[in-house]
Design a protein around this ligand. Structure first.
Ligand code: PMP
Ligand code: GLU
Length: 385
């Protein structure tokens, strides 16, 4: 249609959200679908966080707030970054956003000029590429090894005169890989040598099983070249609140603030008070949820190892990423129709042949889903045994 923007027509819709919507529609029709598709914690937001938001509403916090966010939240984020992520930042380097996704989109818009290249380390989360495209940039794909799912020296081959940024996502959605210091140092060195920016999406930092989280901004002088993205959706089960943030050099935050002012103005005022309570309050809730994710992860990993199915590391986040041994889209479609289990095809992450299984669902449902998958495993179309 002539009236539409070519830029927007040219981007893909979000496969993670599309599949989740489809599974929800089937459930509404009375079909017993188990959704292991979307990455959304099944827990409710902890009570003290909800109370902080209600208190804010009761106080009458129903007005506009400063466009980068309420000072109390910016202060809490600054303190958290210094205490947990190992680099210094001032409150001027922080912007609160309506979800981490919007922080990513605004950071791309703030940094990219037409034709600038952004390197994605595939398999990469679904929304990075559209965010780059909407900002006028071009994605360059670097495929990581299917053994480690970490970047190696071949990354250097992707650098051109137009490269502007490398996107890092550790722990990774969809593979669960946690980048070690060597992998991060490699990226940091490339950013330094070629004067590139790093965007580091650390939204799963609190969900790591037996490894350590390292923020790339804490390496060398990377704080001056990194946009660190984080949010509340995963660690505090706050997906519907739409609250995230970015920490970056002041000049980038200034540009992002203009975009925010002319777009959503700021994240919802009373929601931000929930964010303050999340960061400043008791962290026991995070540990409790992590423990539950960990036992689900162990169950799934044991299942796949028994079935001799190749799986990515799953050291963090809440995804199992497995080799579909066939066309991933066909296999996912088959599982949905035949086994009534919704999963996300790896193609959504530029990893055809793989399947992402979210274990952010209660254990009894995961057990049932695995029983269903096992019952159709050998029947799936195109199956290369
Ligand atoms: N980054 C990654 C890797 C994610 O999986 C998600 C999932 N929603 C986001 C960013 C965005 O999170 P939100 O917008 O809910 O804060
Ligand atoms: N990030 C989650 C996922 O990958 C939630 C959906 C989305 O925002 O993409 O499933």
């Amino acid at each position: 249609m002539k009236a539409l923007s070519e830029k927007v027509s040219g981007i893909a819709s979000s496969a993670t959200l599309d599949i989740a919507d489809r599974a929800k529609a089937m459930v509404r029709q009375g079909i017993d679908v188990i959704s292991l598709s979307i990455g959304e914690p099944d827990f409710d937001t902890p009570t003290h966080i909800r109370e902080a938001c209600c208190d804010s509403l009761r106080r009458g916090d129903t007005h506009y707030a400063p466009s980068r966010g309420i000072p109390e939240l910016l202060q809490a984020i600054t303190g958290k970054i210094q205490a947990e992520n190992g680099f210094a930042c001032s409150t001027e380097q922080v912007i609160a956003t309506a979800g981490a996704k919007h922080a990513i989109a605004m950071a791309m818009e703030a940094c990219l000029n037409p034709g600038d290249e952004v390197i994605l380390l595939d398999p990469a989360w679904v929304s990075y590429e559209p965010c780059v495209q909407l900002a006028g940039g071009r994605v360059v794909h670097h495929r990581m090894s299917e053994k480690t799912f970490l970047p190696d020296d071949r990354l250097l081959d992707r650098i051109t005169g137009k490269t502007k940024m490398i996107v890092v996502n550790s722990p990774s959605n969809p593979t669960g890989a946690v980048f070690d210091r060597k992998a991060l140092k490699l990226i940091a060195d490339i950013c330094t040598d070629y004067e590139l920016l790093a965007m580091s999406d650390e939204i799963y930092e609190k969900l790591i099983y037996g490894k350590e989280h390292i923020s790339i901004a804490s390496i060398g002088d990377m704080a001056g070249k990194t946009i660190t993205i984080n949010g509340f959706s995963k660690a505090y089960a706050m997906t519907g609140w739409r609250l995230g943030y970015a920490v970056a050099p002041v000049e980038i935050i200034r540009q992002m603030t203009k975009i925010q002012q002319h777009g959503v103005t700021h994240p919802t005022t009373f929601v931000m008070w929930g964010g303050v309570a999340a960061i400043s309050g008791d962290q026991a809730c995070v540990g409790m949820m992590k423990k539950e994710f960990e036992s689900r992860r162990m169950f799934l990993m044991d299942e796949f190892s028994e079935m001799k199915v190749q799986a990515a590391p799953a050291d963090g986040a809440f995804y199992a990423f497995i080799n579909a041994r066939g066309d991933d889209v066909d296999v996912a479609e088959f599982w949905l129709n035949k086994a009534r289990v919704a999963v996300t095809p790896g193609s959504a992450f530029n990893a055809p042949g793989w399947i992402r299984i979210s274990y952010a669902t209660a254990m009894p449902r995961i057990r049932e889903a695995m029983a269903r998958i096992r019952s159709v495993w050998n029947e799936a179309p195109d199956r290369k045994r």
